[in-house]
Design a protein around this ligand. Structure first.
Ligand code: ZN
Length: 321
């Protein structure tokens, strides 16, 4: 089954390894959850690779923004080395062209809008560098707004620069990602954003109480705007005991579909960003989820929707044909 995955932290893992002198692992083959070899052998269609910036650490270069640009370059050079099987994509048309040529598509995203440091022009530069989704916040307050960490910032919405960035992202065709964003921030994106938006890696809060998961109201609003949410495989977001099980994944999928309709759910694994013991151990085992759906009453068309068609439809709606 073709898979489109809206979120992983593989690029950060590799960037960390390489900048600390470990050159044994690379994107083609490594010991993490995702590498190109396994993605391609499993027939995956597209992977969104996040440049994740961890503000608690120190930047490798002069700023986290420079680190993000370096991560973009890292992905591009690794993809270029395997151009027979993989290519970068920046919109639906490029994705489709790759698919028709039997090539796997790699997309670039940024997880931590704080790297903008109140500079709107950085959005243009990130767009020129191929970034197509930005997760507005990670777990820290930043120049755009507030995260959902516990629920202490729940009622703090976007900052003035957050609204400016939202407008510019809509113009540039960079999708706004509300995973990690505060509840009030979500509401601001819903009300003021002109285009569909995404929660790249969030589950359902009424199935598992984690503030990073979406409430039923949010799922409905996301669907109303033509957005999607990617199922996160991390145990903390699946079950309150923190176990990552396929059974729990099915419960979240069913719930999200029942609240927001069958087209609002897709995949956003969070591979290489979650440390729990995963029943699905990496990108090469997504067939475990597919066969569980097959054996638990999902229709063929629902399964295709969850795996890649809903994602394709979102890309087509957002970036055009
Ligand atoms: Zn995340």
């Amino acid at each position: 089954m073709g898979i489109i995955d809206f979120h992983c932290d593989t690029l950060m893992r590799l960037y960390d390894l390489i900048t600390t002198g470990n050159h044994k692992e690379n994107l083609w083959q490594n010991e993490g959850h995702i590498d190109l070899k396994r993605l391609i052998e499993s027939g995956n269609l597209a992977q969104f690779f996040a440049c994740f910036l961890w503000f608690e650490g120190k930047p490798v270069k002069e700023s986290f923004y420079q680190d993000a640009l370096a991560m973009c370059e890292l992905l591009k050079s690794e993809i270029a080395e395997h151009s027979e099987a993989a290519a970068l994509a920046g919109n639906y048309r490029e994705y489709l062209k790759n698919k028709e040529n039997g090539k796997f598509s790699a997309f670039l995203t940024v997880e931590e809008g704080g790297i903008l440091e109140n500079k709107l022009e950085r959005l243009n530069e990130l767009a020129e560098n191929g970034v197509r989704i930005i997760t507005l916040t990670w777990n820290y307050e930043n120049c755009l707004g507030f995260p959902n960490v516990g629920l202490k910032y729940q009622n703090r919405g976007l900052k003035p620069f957050g609204f400016e960035a939202l407008e510019r992202m809509d113009e540039l065709g960079i999708v706004v990602d509300v995973s990690h964003l505060s509840d009030a921030g979500f509401e601001d994106v819903f009300r003021h954003g002109k285009r569909p938006f995404i929660a790249t890696h969030s589950n359902a809060r009424s199935v598992c109480m984690h503030e990073r998961n979406l409430t039923d109201d949010m799922i409905r609003k996301l669907a109303e705007k033509g957005g999607v949410t990617g199922l996160n495989l991390g145990g903390a977001f699946l079950r309150e005991d923190g176990k990552s099980t396929v059974e729990a994944m099915l419960r979240h999928i069913r719930h999200i579909m029942s609240v927001g309709g069958s087209e609002v759910i897709c995949l956003g694994t969070d591979f290489d960003g979650v440390e729990d013991l995963l029943e699905i151990e990496g990108c090469h085992q997504m067939d475990k989820l597919v066969s569980a759906m097959e054996h638990n009453g999902f229709t063929g068309s629902e399964i295709e929707g969850i795996c890649y068609r809903n994602a394709e439809k979102f890309m087509k709606n957002y970036w055009g044909e």
